[in-house]
Ligand binder design. Structure first.
Ligand SMILES: [Cu+2]
Length: 223
């Protein structure tokens, strides 16, 4: 599998992503479906671009607006294999720890200059000694000092309710507790670091609603 990384994404590491097409946009369709639980709802999110193509690997997350979300921290791994990071996109709740196992025969030197987490793991093989703590919300762009083409992203979010869209541009929250949320969507290729699209919505167990959000990445980038 070839990762959808082009040269402009290397530039992106330094915050200089240039859009090829100023009309490029993302449209988010949010479809809330009936669910069996009274205290939770099922929320399906479809992310497509303005040409109607599904966007895979969009990070979708729902932050409760009126109460602190529960802490459901998990330790995650971002592997290096075949001189690539796997997965390309990860999402973790702030406070989570991430390991960076090197499953290549060559050594890697993983680093990030991102404000959300600046760190480096100097040349190593196998598993690094200690997992890295990601405690600040934002986008962390990963690189390797040895292999310039290696790139990956960790989106750090302040909620345990998150996921990534699949090849059909879809992600479904199976049972989202009843509350008001800021639904946020981030995609590595279209928006600048730390910038996300946002839509407020309320989850009630038996509700059914459809909302649509149009995003203009140009406006987001100039923010
Ligand atoms: Cu490397």
């Amino acid at each position: 599998m070839t990762l959808p990384i082009k040269k402009n994404l290397i530039q992106y590491k330094f915050g200089n992503l240039k859009l090829k097409n100023s009309n490029t946009g993302i449209i988010f369709f949010v479809l809330m479906t009936v669910c069996g639980f009274a205290s939770a709802g099922e929320l399906s999110v479809l992310v497509i671009d303005n040409l109607g193509q599904p966007l895979e690997n969009a990070v979708v997350y729902a932050e409760p607006t009126s109460k602190q979300p529960p802490n459901m921290l998990a330790t995650l791994a971002v592997e290096q294999k075949g001189k690539k990071f796997l997965p390309l996109i990860s999402v973790v709740q702030a406070g989570a720890r991430v390991t960076f196992p090197n499953n290549d025969t060559v050594r890697h030197h993983v680093y990030s200059f991102s404000p959300a987490k600046t760190f480096e793991l100097k040349l190593y093989s196998g598993v690094t000694a200690a997992p890295v703590l990601f405690d600040k919300e934002g986008t962390v762009v990963l690189g390797c000092n040895i292999h310039d083409k290696m790139i990956a992203f960790i989106q750090v979010v302040n909620t345990p309710y998150f996921g990534k869209t699949d090849a059909s541009g879809k992600f479904t929250f199976k049972d989202l507790p009843n509350a008001q949320y800021a639904l946020k969507i981030w995609h590595y290729a279209l928006v600048k670091e730390n910038v996300v699209a946002e839509q407020f919505l309320t989850i009630k167990g038996s509700d059914k609603q459809t909302v649509k959000l149009d995003i203009n990445p140009q406006a987001l980038i100039s923010k």
